[in-house]
Design a protein around this ligand. Structure first.
Ligand SMILES: [Fe+2]
Length: 200
């Protein structure tokens, strides 16, 4: 409440974040969504490391490791000390229990990029929403020194829910594309994601 919330909302709203999931652009303008994001950030651990879990080890679902790297806007140099917040649906496509209300994200985690801009999340493969034809995805939000908060996304190559527009946008972005191939090693899925900081 008070000044802190107002300044947070103003900062977020002014950013016009580049969301990969166009259907969720409207949601991102929604005050309830912004409040939920603010609520989630209050629970950010004080000590952040480059490696963290999103889903707990006992969470049902196929194990997945997201190997990420954040780059400065020109795309050549790594960006250290960037906080990466990520959340996604569970293996049934839900963000949270029905009783938790809208914009509650049970499966979420934070990392901070290391000197080479790298971060890693161990989690499970999210499922697509049960009632909407949207490809399964992971939401990421980054911010850090000189980096205004911005959104990024991860989609999975071969997901039947991918649209042509998503595939084309990803292909145009080259190595910064959001549709990532999945490699399976020893029963664990691995994806790599390169995020380029956008200038606002
Ligand atoms: Fe989503």
């Amino acid at each position: 409440m008070g000044m802190e919330r107002r300044s947070f909302l103003t900062a977020i709203t002014a950013l016009a974040p580049m969301l990969y999931f166009r259907s969720e652009v409207l949601a991102a303008q929604d005050v309830d969504f912004l409040r939920a994001l603010e609520r989630a950030q209050r629970e950010r651990p004080r000590l952040l490391t480059a490696t963290a879990r999103i889903a707990p080890a006992e969470e049902p679902g196929a194990p997945l490791v997201i190997h990420g790297r954040v780059f400065r806007p020109h795309g050549r140099t790594a960006a250290p000390d960037v906080v990466v917040f990520a959340y996604h649906t569970d293996a049934t496509g839900h963000y949270d229990r029905p009783s938790a209300g809208p914009h509650s994200w049970r499966l979420r985690g934070w990392t901070k990029t290391d000197a080479e801009g790298r971060f890693e999340f161990a989690t499970i493969r999210p499922a697509p929403y049960p009632n909407r034809p949207v490809a399964a995805h992971v939401h990421l939000s980054i911010d850090g020194p000189g980096v205004p908060r911005q959104d990024a996304g991860l989609l999975f190559e071969g997901d039947p829910g991918l649209t042509d527009a998503e595939r084309q946008e990803s292909a145009r972005a080259g190595r910064f594309g959001s549709v990532r191939p999945v490699e399976v090693r020893d029963g664990v899925q691995h994806v790599t994601l390169n995020i380029r900081i956008a200038t606002s």
